[in-house]
Write a protein that binds this ligand. Structure first.
Ligand code: CMP
Length: 147
């Protein structure tokens, strides 16, 4: 089924956005909308609220506010899982071993766990929340399922 998901290029990936955007389009995604912005501390804390209790949370918030990010709404068949497949595993070192053609493997630095180039929603529920977070004023039609 056609889905929408939220993709975000993080500060360590922002200079590579044209190459990453090309990989997105080459994989058959449609870019519904995109925005380049710098997150405030409060916004980063809200976006990653589910990781509040994790030991890496302060590092994650500092890193995510260290530069600009680019958020995309992507659409295609199975967009949520297909975008996470193209991203590769969360850890760059794992991505390099398991999926060397993935975005994190190609553009990431395996020395840092927090800096993994880009983000993808992990479910349709997260996708809806994260799209709303970055594009609060956008009204989207329900995705046509063909059913
Ligand atoms: P992301 O998929 O955006 O979701 C949570 C983020 O937290 C993750 O990518 C990484 O940037 C970061 N992260 C996850 N696990 C760790 C970890 N063990 N150490 C440091 N950062 C992490």
């Amino acid at each position: 089924k056609i889905q929408r998901t939220l993709a975000m290029i993080k500060p360590d990936g922002i200079d590579k956005w044209p190459q990453i955007e090309k990989m997105i389009l080459d994989e058959g995604f449609t870019i519904v909308d995109r925005r380049r912005l710098r997150l405030t501390r409060q916004e980063a804390e809200e976006f990653y609220a589910e990781h509040q209790e994790k030991s890496f949370f302060p590092d994650l918030v500092t890193y995510m506010t260290s530069g600009e990010v680019m958020a995309f709404i992507l659409a295609r068949e199975d967009a949520v899982s297909q975008w996470r497949r193209l991203l590769g595993p969360t850890k760059v070192s794992t991505a390099r071993r398991q999926d060397p053609a993935s975005i994190r493997a190609v553009f990431g630095d395996p020395a840092f766990d927090t800096r993994n180039v880009a983000h993808g929603s992990d479910s349709l529920v997260s996708a809806a929340r994260e799209v709303k977070f970055f594009f609060p004023d956008l009204t989207l039609e329900p995705v046509l399922t063909g059913e």
